[in-house]
Structures are given as C-alpha cells and as structure tokens.
Design a protein around this ligand. Structure first.
Ligand SMILES: C[S@@+](CC[C@H](N)C(=O)[O-])C[C@H]1O[C@@H](n2cnc3c(N)ncnc32)[C@H](O)[C@@H]1O
Length: 369
C-alpha cells in the first residue's frame, strides 16, 4: 500500500528521514507531505513513532481529473469495500488547489456519491445508515491531480495524549520536536527553555532522548477498523516500548514568568512520564544565567502576535541577546516570525531555517559558535 503523511511546511525532510530510520521503504518528501510504502504494520509504526507527521493516510489512488465525470469514475473505481463496512460512516473532506475543479463542496459531493455507488455494488443496499466506525475520506486536488486518501490516525498526531492543559500560546508538538531535532541535543548537554510556557519543547526533548515514541500511549482511528487485525498495533507498540531508555543522562530546566504556565508544564511532564527529567522554575529572562559546562537552549519566545505587542517582543529579543552568552559547548535555537529578529538579538544566526507554525512563516535561528 501507499501512504501519505502530511506535515507542516518545512518539516518534510526531517519527517522523511525519521521514517527511513524506522525501516520504512520508498520514502519520498514532497511539498507539505511525505509518501511511503508498506503494509498495515508500517502504517501502525508511522502512527506510533512519527514525531513530525500530522497524520498517516492510506493513498487509495491518484489520477488526473479536470471534470466531475472523471473525478466520479476515478473515485468509484477504488477498492472502498476493502476498508469500509456496510454500517461504517464515511465522511468526506478535502481541498482544491490551482485546479479546474475548484469548488470543494461540489467535489466533496461527487466523491461521496462515487463511494456510495461503489459500496452499493458490493453490499447490494440502497441506503447506508453510517452508524458504525468512522472512515474519514480525504481528497486533495492539486494542479488537476487528485489524491484520494483514507485517514488512519483520527486525532492529529501532534496530540500525543500528554497535553492535558495548555497555556495561551503553546507551540505545536510536531514543531517543538523539529526544533529539538534541529538543535542536535547532545547526550551530556543540559537543555534549557527560558520561555517554557506549558513545557512542550522540553517534554518533546525528554521523550526523544528517552526514545519514548510519541504515539505509544494514544489510540488511532485504524484500531477500531475490523479490517485490520488488532495484533498489528499491539506488536508495533511492543516494538516501540522495547526501544525505550529510562536511564539516559538527559536533564532540562524550564523557566517562565507565569506561575500558571509553570504548573501546567509540571502537570504535562507528569502525564508524559518525564517529570523527573525536567525542573520548571519561575524566572524572568532578564535574570537568565546558566553555569553549565554544556548547554542547549531551545525556545519559543512571545511573538508579539498572540502575546505582547511587537515592540515588547523585540525588547525581549534584545534581552536574550545580552543573556545568551557566546561560549564553547553552548548553543541557542530560537523560533520567531520576526524577520528583524537577528538585528534585535544583536547577532546573525550561524544557521537559519524556514518553518511554518500553521500558516505563520517563521525562522528557526540557530547559534552554535
Ligand atoms: C510563546 S509562549 C511559549 C509557549 C511554549 N513553547 C508552549 O508550548 O507552551 C511564551 C512564554 O513566554 C513567557 N514570558 C513572557 N515574558 C517573559 C519574560 N520576560 N521572561 C520569561 N518568560 C516570559 C510567557 O509567560 C509565555 O509562557
């Protein structure tokens, strides 16, 4: 089978490499998504283990369609009854980008009609009550090429199951994990987030260091599909758990001025099972200091969008420039949508990487010299 894993723009390469490390085959990265091949075991593994993908979809078919009839016939020809039982619900959603068929609701209707027609031929029924398990159908019409997919994840993969609560502006878990990956945290480094909020970056860093797979403690839509044997997810979970390492030297500090955010962070770390690896303390960035031998700072300061105004956010960047000292074995990774970040911080980044936080274009600024 072919699979598609959509991801945030800018994370395609990281997401593809991770899947290759999971011994998944024929992995290729495209704009905003990664494609790969395998069986149901591969699908379960990608769901359980991917830190960067948004979801895992079965790619049922791809073809060109410039009119409704071609769309209808193409969708109808796909093997729907392999995945959808007589009682299952099969809602359809999708998007149209730079295509002659540009109306999403109209395409949605055609796709639904085509699936009904295909299932009718198989189940010999006129009416589908759709009272059973959900099979979410997704289509993407991109430059007149349709991809028809079935969502196997359910809740998006950034929902790891440990974020019981969040503060006002939490970073998405997938993006936090990508920042950790880009920072190349070394084993003997202390990891610090001086604007830790609900603790996302440090929790993701701890999970990665301990090789705890992000989806090992949550469930996925495909687990309620009777077409997929339950042992598949069970054995992939076992495989994931067997690789966990509780005895790593990882340690982290999270600081914030907001007591409420700090208690949310402590609570989240507890649920994630990494509370003994992270200390959260109240501290203003102006009082930031670290006297560790080796230290990796990874942080998501207020942007001046959801929190503070741009002027106040820029004043924080200036403070960061003063307190983030240039020292051997010290590195700093900061995400910001502010193109002027480097001038307020006071130093040009050693490396810069463009990433999207949802629709918001950001840069990850990395300082390691
Ligand atoms: C964008 S949020 C960080 C969100 C975090 N990454 C998460 O996932 O929850 C920025 C955080 O900076 C904190 N903050 C604002 N001004 C600060 C200051 N002067 N010193 C330390 N923290 C500050 C806010 O309380 C907020 O929690």
């Amino acid at each position: 089978m072919k699979f598609v894993a959509p991801c945030l723009l800018g994370l395609e390469g990281i997401a593809a490499n991770e899947l290759r490390h999971l011994e998944i085959e024929n992995v290729t990265a495209e704009n905003g998504r990664v494609l790969f091949e395998g069986g149901f075991d591969t699908m379960a593994r990608a769901n359980i283990c991917s830190r960067y993908a948004q979801r895992v979809l079965i790619l049922l078919g791809e073809f060109e369609a410039r009119d409704f009839e071609t769309l209808f016939e193409g969708v109808k020809a796909l093997p729907w009854s392999d995945f959808i039982g007589e009682k299952d619900a099969f809602p359809v959603k999708g998007s149209c980008v730079s295509s002659e068929l540009s109306s999403v609701p109209a395409c949605q209707k055609i796709v639904k009609k085509a699936v009904v027609e295909s299932l009718r031929a198989r189940y010999h029924t006129e009416w589908f009550e759709e009272s059973g398990g959900v099979r979410q159908i997704q289509f993407l019409l991109l430059k007149n090429r349709v991809s028809v997919m079935l969502d196997t994840s359910g809740e998006p993969l950034n929902k790891r199951g440990w974020r019981a609560q969040s503060n006002d502006a939490p970073i998405r878990e997938t993006l936090a994990a990508a920042m950790v990956e880009l920072s190349r945290v070394r084993e003997n480094h202390i990891v610090v987030d001086p604007f830790c909020g609900s603790g996302t970056i440090l929790i993701e860093a701890a999970l990665k260091a301990m090789r705890i797979m992000p989806g090992v403690n949550r469930s996925f839509a495909f687990e309620s599909w009777e077409q997929i044997p339950a042992e598949i997810a069970e054995s992939e979970r076992e495989r994931a758990r067997a690789g966990e390492r509780r005895d790593v030297s990882f340690f982290a500090y999270g600081y914030d001025i907001d007591e409420n955010a700090l208690s949310v962070a402590r609570h989240n770390a507890q649920i994630a099972g990494v509370a003994d690896k992270i200390v959260f303390k109240k501290r203003d960035i102006a009082d930031f200091s670290e006297d560790y031998d080796a230290c990796t700072v990874i942080t998501n300061p207020p942007y001046g969008e959801r929190m503070l105004d741009v002027k106040e956010a820029r004043a924080l960047y200036q403070t960061m420039g003063k307190v983030f000292l240039r020292k051997p074995r010290h590195s700093y990774t900061v995400i910001s949508p502010d193109e002027a970040f480097e001038s307020f911080f006071g130093r040009l980044a050693d490396k810069k990487r463009k990433l999207y936080n949802g629709m918001l274009k950001c840069n990850v600024y990395m300082y390691f010299k």
